[in-house]
Design a binder for this molecule. Structure first.
Ligand SMILES: Cc1cc2nc3c(=O)[nH]c(=O)nc-3n(C[C@H](O)[C@H](O)[C@H](O)COP(=O)(O)O)c2cc1C
Length: 172
């Protein structure tokens, strides 16, 4: 199954991570959220990976600080039933330890409402943080990446997660 990787980024970290995932996932394609026909691209994809940073610290809504915020209310209305969808979140677990990667959860719930088959939940064990809205039932609802403090862990995290989502996508 081919993944379409859609990202939005304010200072480039999320874009870089999306590019690295694109290399790890055979046959995948990379899309800048700011340059796509949003409904068509998402609905016509076979499987989706949506990558977002968190910028609007402490906000209940529109936490990304990127174009995802403009689309977030429309996502539940998209036709995405049973489409495999994984979320990737960029954040800073030291400076924003109480809000670590909060934007992931908002995207997760929106895509789940649209009927997406949510894949790629991640154990909290390898992360140090105080709180995150993105912890659901004891697991992160996607892959958190911290380029500000733990960039040396990113390669391993991306590789492990890529293997997981390929497996979860194939084990339908
Ligand atoms: C003003 C500001 C607010 C931020 N708020 C949060 C936050 O609430 N939670 C978090 O995990 N990271 C937060 N961050 C860290 C960014 O999400 C992180 O640096 C990320 O890698 C940026 O991704 P981008 O370069 O793709 O925009 C914040 C950074 C800044 C400068």
């Amino acid at each position: 199954m081919r993944f379409t990787i859609v990202y939005a980024s304010a200072t480039g970290h999320t874009e870089d991570i999306a590019e690295r995932l694109n290399i790890l996932l055979p046959g995948s394609e990379l899309k800048d959220l700011d340059r796509i026909d949003f409904i068509k691209e998402l609905e016509e994809s076979e499987a989706l990976i949506c990558c977002t940073p968190t910028w609007n610290t402490g906000s209940d809504v529109k936490r990304s600080g990127t174009t995802w915020d403009d689309h977030i209310d429309n996502i539940p209305h998209l036709k995405l039933k049973n489409k495999p969808i994984g979320i990737v979140g960029l954040g800073d677990s030291a400076a924003f330890s109480k809000y670590f990667c909060d934007a992931m959860e908002e995207l997760y719930r929106s895509f789940e409402s649209a009927g997406g088959r949510m894949i790629g939940h991640v154990s909290i064990e390898q992360y140090i943080f105080d709180e995150s809205k993105s912890v659901i039932d004891g697991m992160f609802c996607g892959l958190p990446i911290d380029e500000d403090n733990e960039s040396e862990k990113t390669d391993d995290r991306l590789q492990a997660w890529s293997r997981t989502i390929i497996q979860e996508t194939n084990s339908q």
